[in-house]
Write a protein of this length. Structure first.
Length: 141
């Protein structure tokens, strides 16, 4: 299924806002991240990888998925990234974690990983860099 850029316009009527799916089982952290990012992006929340997959399959197209690694459910953040690469290969992902001393994902290259605790400004910078790299790779013939 092809990826399409979000078509929601920003409040000032300018460029369309990019859409980010924030996946974290910790409601407080998810809320803090969402509140901060809403000044820059349209943000949709999910509390598990299973919920994220349901949103990705039936909801609006996403420009980036930001996911915790350790979550309850049938899949962790690594599994979500593998699923994303199979079904939406043009949608980049960023993982956040506070639990993995050695980060290894079975059978695939790791996406950018931000270790907790982190500043919201650092998160925003990583999101901007990741989206810019994706835009650059899509612009190449």
């Amino acid at each position: 299924m092809p990826h399409h850029r979000a078509s929601i316009c920003s409040a000032n009527g300018g460029e369309p806002k990019r859409r980010i799916l924030v996946v974290d089982d910790e409601a407080v952290l998810r809320s803090v991240i969402t509140d901060f990012l809403q000044d820059h992006y349209e943000v949709i929340e999910a509390s598990s990888a299973d919920e994220a997959i349901a949103l990705l399959q039936s909801g609006p197209p996403m420009d980036l998925v930001l996911s915790d690694v350790v979550m309850p459910g049938t899949m962790n953040g690594f599994g979500l990234v593998q699923w994303l690469r199979q079904h939406f290969p043009l949608v980049p992902a960023i993982l956040i974690t506070g639990y993995y001393p050695e980060l290894r994902s079975p059978g695939s290259e790791l996406p950018p990983i931000l270790r907790k605790p982190f500043s919201l400004e650092r998160l925003l910078g990583l999101i901007v860099d990741t989206l810019n790299r994706t835009d650059d790779s899509l612009a190449r013939p």
